[in-house]
Ligand binder design. Structure first.
Ligand SMILES: Cc1cc2nc3c(=O)[nH]c(=O)nc-3n(C[C@H](O)[C@H](O)[C@H](O)COP(=O)(O)OP(=O)(O)OC[C@H]3O[C@@H](n4cnc5c(N)ncnc54)[C@H](O)[C@@H]3O)c2cc1C
Length: 413
């Protein structure tokens, strides 16, 4: 957004409570690599320039990439400046920080989608003696006691942590709710190459039937390991991970799992096959040269009757990791734009308050909006809207349907 505002000669500052790339520096586990290949971090006027475009960046590499970008575009970043309160004024916004107040006519909220881990209320009912961690505080398996680990949640974070912890010799039980299975590689290419090329990542927020659902679907079961291995449920089962259903409650020290595992796994396979079908159709229509013909993966193997309970008082489980998602933190936002669930009311990033904008949330304007690669297109659109607002002109987006709009409608995630 800073780069786009500079292009339009709009005077601005970027306030950051930590350093540039703060979340990548301070809120991620040691072994994490981006699950997006390096070429898929295109930012306005900038892209990966190294010699491994198909590799997956480590955290230090990710931090260095963003630092270089901030320098290259001379972003006017004020680091070590935490925003403590935002209020509306007659002319715009007052932004209180721990280093003084700023006033502006317009304001872009780009404080991230993953500020706080979401943990179910029944987490309180864990028996004493079991260590509980969220992915924000997990760093590596060495932090955990020897013994069993219950990982709750099987999306990108949960499956990666289950893989790493099981390999450390601590037996993992993985509680699986709704999840989206995709292979790391398909027909000789990265799945995200196909999704990008076929227009899946560009699907617009106006093109989905149920936007609320699209904004809440879990992340893809993917990891950026150098060996490109899959982290789906079959891969984890082969490692020895025990699968159980969605954790519904903890009562009297006993974890209760739902019986939906078989159905959820079948649904996830179905959606994966729909995606692969869409990719095959697109590849055929566009005559993409490909040595590997269309094929399908083994269906997910799940126990026919997985355990519905696990007595957490027995001592088998020593740690629980809540890989149950993240949410933004708007505790500092004193502008009446939150709905009943604490989410900001907005239309594609144009917030329900004049001159206020939002960036970086899932499906904000496109399927890719919450990825590094999605920030550029959203910033271009929203900076145009913001410039028109400052000029007092008509503020309208050109409505566009993505090329693949009709086939994407049936994707189901
Ligand atoms: C575990 C994990 C893995 C991910 N993997 C990938 C991946 O492989 N590829 C990918 O493209 N995306 C990935 N993402 C998504 C990733 O978060 C986004 O792509 C990207 O970080 C979004 O950038 P952002 O600037 O919108 O948000 P953030 O990176 O979260 O940046 C928000 C910034 O705002 C600052 N801030 C927050 N509140 C305040 C305040 N009150 N005052 C001042 N500053 C404040 C924070 O310190 C932070 O630096 C992942 C996310 C998570 C959680």
């Amino acid at each position: 957004m800073s780069r786009c505002l500079t292009e339009r000669s709009i005077d601005h500052v970027v306030l950051e409570r930590g350093e540039v790339a703060n979340s990548w520096r301070t809120e991620r586990w040691d072994s994490l690599r981006l699950l997006t290949p390096s070429w898929l971090s295109r930012l306005p006027g900038y892209r990966y320039q190294g010699d491994d475009p198909h590799g997956y960046r480590t955290m230090p590499e990710t931090v260095a990439f963003l630092e270089r970008y901030a320098q290259a575009i001379s972003a006017p970043v004020h680091t070590g400046t935490a925003v403590t309160r935002v209020r509306r004024t007659e002319t715009g916004y007052s932004v209180a920080t721990d280093r003084g107040e700023w006033r502006s006519r317009t304001l872009v909220l780009a404080s991230g989608a993953c500020n706080v881990p979401t943990v179910p209320a029944f987490a309180q009912a864990l028996p004493p003696g079991i260590a509980a961690l969220t992915p924000m505080h997990y760093r590596n398996p060495g932090q955990l006691e020897e013994g069993g680990v219950l990982v709750v949640g099987a999306s990108a974070t949960g499956v990666q942590l289950a893989d790493e912890i099981q390999r450390s010799g601590r037996p993992v039980t993985l509680s699986v709710g709704e999840h989206i299975r995709v292979p790391r590689r398909y027909r000789g290419r990265d799945i995200l190459w196909w999704m990008d090329a076929a227009g899946v990542q560009d699907q617009g927020y106006e093109e989905v039937d149920d936007l609320n659902r699209a904004r809440n679907v879990p992340s893809l079961q993917l990891a950026g390991y150098p060996d490109c291995r899959d982290v789906d449920l079959n891969a984890l089962t082969a490692l020895g991970v025990r699968l159980v259903g969605r954790l519904a409650e903890i009562r009297d020290g006993v974890a209760q799992f739902s019986g939906s595992l078989v159905n959820l796994a079948a649904l996830s396979d179905l959606k994966m096959n729909r995606l692969l079908g869409l990719i095959d159709d697109w590849a055929a229509r566009n005559e993409v040269l490909c040595d590997v013909p269309p094929h399908r993966f083994e269906r997910t193997r799940v126990p026919a009757s997985p355990p519905l309970t696990l007595d957490l008082r027995r001592g088998e489980i020593r740690s629980v990791i809540w890989a149950t998602g993240f949410k933004p933190d708007y505790s500092w936002l004193d502008v009446p734009v939150l709905d009943r669930k604490g989410r900001i009311r907005h239309d594609g990033g144009v917030v329900d308050s004049p001159g206020l904008y939002l960036m970086g949330l899932q499906f904000l304007r496109r399927r890719k909006s919450a990825l590094i690669d999605g920030a550029g297109d959203d910033a271009r659109d929203l900076s145009a809207h913001l410039a028109a607002y400052l000029d007092g002109g008509a503020v309208q987006f050109a409505r566009q349907r993505s090329a693949a709009a009709d086939s994407l409608a049936s994707l189901g995630f």
